[in-house]
Design a protein around this ligand. Structure first.
Ligand SMILES: NC(=O)c1ccc[n+]([C@@H]2O[C@H](COP(=O)([O-])OP(=O)(O)OC[C@H]3O[C@@H](n4cnc5c(N)ncnc54)[C@H](O)[C@@H]3O)[C@@H](O)[C@H]2O)c1
Length: 432
């Protein structure tokens, strides 16, 4: 333990990050900036080739930052798990998706752990960062990593949830406090030694299970509050009240209220998925996580709800969805990013197409799409909005010319309330 702590303190510890995606790459960069030699190990040869060449493929990480670190020998990348044999510290950032029946798929964590075991040696710190249900580190990783290695003496195992907020200009890796749970008190000491090199505030908690639960609470909090406000939108519509005006006015209360805004549905890798990791775990314990399941139900109806508004708005203009030309404005799951994972845009497109609409999309951040059975190229953002029967704003990217959209479009269904900043209500604008 002492030797490992010393290597971390003098930055001679070799670090391998398994999985260099949205979570792993920022970590590689931050550790390299702190002076460590870091190897990004990934099965995806395209990411490895890009990183080896000093190029970033994540928009929050500029190539200008990566390039000198690669050129200076601080960062390397590999598809070969043998790099784990030289590692003192391994950070696991692999995906944790849901399978087809909406159950946790922890197979990536299992295979990454098996790769570590195949190259394990005494004196290693292993940290899992992938979001997962409470108990994963203890039940899935620790038994494999302690075959022949004493926990807290020869192998140190921690869980530390990632809190990346893509596109956030204020909070990045260093200034976002980081929760850390260890399998033993010694594990947390070693884990803290590493993270305090790159994170301003490390928040230790009593166990890996607790740290896993912290992440799920954070994301469940968002999912439930978004579910509440999405239901409020449906209620307000029936009452003829503008939900966005209600939320904005409520948020002037300086205490006891936090604004969440309704929208076309959840998106991204975390909020739609993570709470279901928790409800799955609880079902095993014969407990039903009612808030989580209700929020999932409400949030997953939102794309259909938006299509319903489109249908009604066309109907009011004596048009049917069938045969109408529809332009989806924005397919990324949130504004000013390229990430389309779990984007509600795909459900909106699929349902409109099922109803016979001719759908195209325009997204300055996403030039083409080949996902969820949708294969399309973006319409030129400079093209006219006039030929479409309706423009549906799904993602409110900043760099769209909303003033021109307002002038040219015959009908706009604005699920993000972005037109409020561009002239407010209008005869051709329908809100959520
Ligand atoms: N994206 C976010 O904003 C975010 C935020 C917080 C937490 N998380 C969590 O972090 C984890 C990773 O998410 P991400 O967005 O970085 O995913 P990602 O898909 O961008 O990256 C994961 C990478 O892991 C690689 N990989 C998978 N199995 C591997 C293996 N056995 N060996 C080597 N490489 C392997 C994949 O090729 C991929 O490049 C998930 O659990 C996610 O829920 C993500």
């Amino acid at each position: 333990m002492k030797a490992l702590e010393e290597k971390i303190a003098d930055r001679s510890a070799e670090i391998v990050v398994i999985g260099i995606g949205y979570v792993g790459l920022p970590l590689v960069v931050e550790l390299a900036k702190a002076g460590f030699h870091v190897t990004g190990y990934d099965k995806d040869p395209r990411k490895v080739a890009a990183l080896s060449g000093g190029t970033s493929y994540i928009e929050d990480i500029p190539t200008d930052v990566v390039q000198p670190l690669v050129a200076g020998g601080k960062i390397s990348a590999s598809t070969d798990p043998a790099v784990l044999g030289r590692a003192d510290c391994v950070i696991v950032c692999v995906p944790t998706p849901l399978n087809k029946t909406k159950e946790p798929d922890i197979s990536y964590i299992v295979s990454a752990t098996e790769e570590i075991v195949a190259h394990q040696h005494p004196g290693m710190l292993i940290v899992l960062e992938s979001t997962t249900y409470p108990g994963t580190t203890r039940e899935v990783m620790v038994p494999k990593l302690t075959q022949g290695f004493a926990l807290g003496e020869q192998v140190f195992v921690c869980f530390s949830p990632e809190r990346v907020d893509p596109g956030n200009k204020r909070y990045g890796t260093r200034n976002t406090p980081k929760v850390l749970g260890g399998s033993t008190p010694a594990c947390i000491v070693v884990g803290q030694a590493l993270y305090s090199q790159i994170i301003d505030t490390v928040v230790p908690v009593s166990s890996t299970d607790t740290a896993e639960m912290v992440k799920l609470l954070e994301n469940t909090f968002r999912a439930v509050n978004i579910g509440l406000v999405n239901e409020t939108a449906q209620i307000a519509r029936r009452l003829g009240i503008d939900v966005f005006e209600v939320v904005r006015a409520a948020s002037t209360k300086p205490f006891g209220f936090m604004p969440f805004y309704p929208g076309p549905g959840l998106g991204g890798h975390c909020i739609p998925i993570d709470p279901l990791y928790l409800s799955w775990k609880l079902r095993e314990l014969k407990f039903q996580a009612k808030f989580i399941e209700l929020a999932d139900q409400v949030n997953s109806t939102m794309p259909s709800y938006v299509v319903g508004i489109v249908t009604d708005a066309l109907n009011d203009r004596e048009r049917s969805v069938k045969g109408s030309r529809v332009l989806i404005s924005g397919v990324a799951y949130k504004k000013n990013i390229t990430d389309m994972r779990e984007s509600p845009a795909f459900d909106v497109i699929a349902e409109l197409e099922r109803r016979g609409a001719k759908v195209e999309y325009m997204d300055p951040w996403v030039p083409e799409v080949d996902e969820h059975g949708v294969r399309m190229k973006s319409v030129d953002p400079a093209a006219s909005f006039a030929p479409y029967d309706v423009v549906v704003i799904v993602t409110d990217h900043d760099d769209v010319d909303y003033a021109r959209m307002r002038r040219e479009a015959r009908l706009i269904v604005d699920s993000r309330d972005v037109m409020r900043k561009h002239g407010g209500a209008g005869h051709n604008i329908v809100g959520l």
